[in-house]
Design a protein around this ligand. Structure first.
Ligand SMILES: *[C@@H]1O[C@H](CO)[C@@H](O)[C@H](O)[C@H]1NC(C)=O
Ligand SMILES: *[C@@H]1O[C@H](CO)[C@@H](O)[C@H](O)[C@H]1NC(C)=O
Ligand SMILES: *[C@@H]1O[C@H](CO)[C@@H](O)[C@H](O)[C@H]1NC(C)=O
Length: 250
């Protein structure tokens, strides 16, 4: 009776905090405005109610029973219904939104049609950057990324600094990484975390204002000192010369 377009089994991967559209589609000619469709999420024991639409009524608009997790975050596309589009949008995805979703048309005959969508919400925390005092060392810490990250220190020309890895561990499904690099010069450096699985890149910047090597600071200080002494000697000499000149005139 009804045909469905596209594959019912879809995998979607997003980044924590992003919005996501979960697709559920009839062929474009079927108007579903007066029909019923129900979005559920598979739970450990019970299914969670994500979104229910029934002939113009839906959660927060005549219907009750939506799971707390999704309250105020899920919407449908009312203008798309006449095109057979029962897709929903989940705003600001959270890690716990990961899981298996189904879009069901319970009243359809001869059989109920079900779309299955697997959603993976991955964590990509901003790296935490510090300058270790007296060492000229830049430290970058990734506190728990869901997809395996590549972590690098880049200078202002986007050149990668050599670095050493202090930690690279997977705990409870999350990746924890700490790397250190030596800043070769005063510059602004970025610690760049790249997660190839989701084409995601995030970075934190830190600026080094002083020469990183204390030896250089000392040499620079001595140089300023020497220059100062030279200036003083020249001035004194001029002063003495002037005095001599004045004495002659006296
Ligand atoms: C949908 O609601 C309208 C009133 O808004 C009603 O006339 C119609 O019979 C309903 N259709 C179904 C399938 O329940
Ligand atoms: C269904 O509607 C959503 C939201 O407007 C849109 O992003 C998506 O492309 C639509 N799907 C189709 C097949 O038109
Ligand atoms: C470094 O990369 C950033 C984007 O990641 C870009 O905006 C910037 O212009 C690049 N800088 C240089 C010097 O290439």
């Amino acid at each position: 009776m009804y045909c469905f377009s596209g594959s019912p089994d879809t995998n979607i991967t997003v980044q924590e905090d992003d919005d996501v559209i979960l697709p559920c589609l009839f062929v474009s000619s079927v108007n579903i405005e007066s029909m019923k469709f129900d979005w559920k999420k598979k739970g450990t024991l019970l299914q969670k109610e994500v979104f229910l639409y029934d002939n113009g009524s839906y959660y927060n608009n005549g219907l009750h029973g939506q799971d707390e997790q999704f309250k105020g975050r899920v919407s449908h596309f009312s203008k798309e219904l006449r095109n057979g589009n029962a897709s929903i949008r989940i705003n600001k995805t959270r890690l716990e939104d990961s899981g298996l979703y189904t879009c069901i048309f319970p009243d359809l005959q001869p059989e109920r049609k079900i779309f299955r969508i697997e959603l993976v919400v991955g964590a990509s925390p901003k790296p935490y950057v510090t300058i270790l005092k007296n060492k000229g060392q830049l430290q970058c810490e990734v506190p728990g990324a869901y997809f395996e990250p590549t972590v690098q220190w880049w200078d202002s020309d986007n050149k990668t600094l050599p670095s050493k890895t202090l930690k690279d561990q997977k705990e409870n499904g999350l990746f924890y990484v700490i790397i250190q690099s030596t800043s070769p010069k005063p510059d602004c450096y970025r610690c760049v975390t790249t997660q190839m699985d989701i084409w995601h890149r995030i970075s934190s910047e830190i600026c080094v204002h002083e020469e990183p090597n204390t030896g250089w600071t000392f040499v620079a200080g001595v140089a300023v000192g020497v220059a100062g002494v030279v200036v003083v000697v020249v001035l004194v000499r001029c002063y003495i010369k002037k005095k001599e000149v004045s004495l002659i005139y006296l």
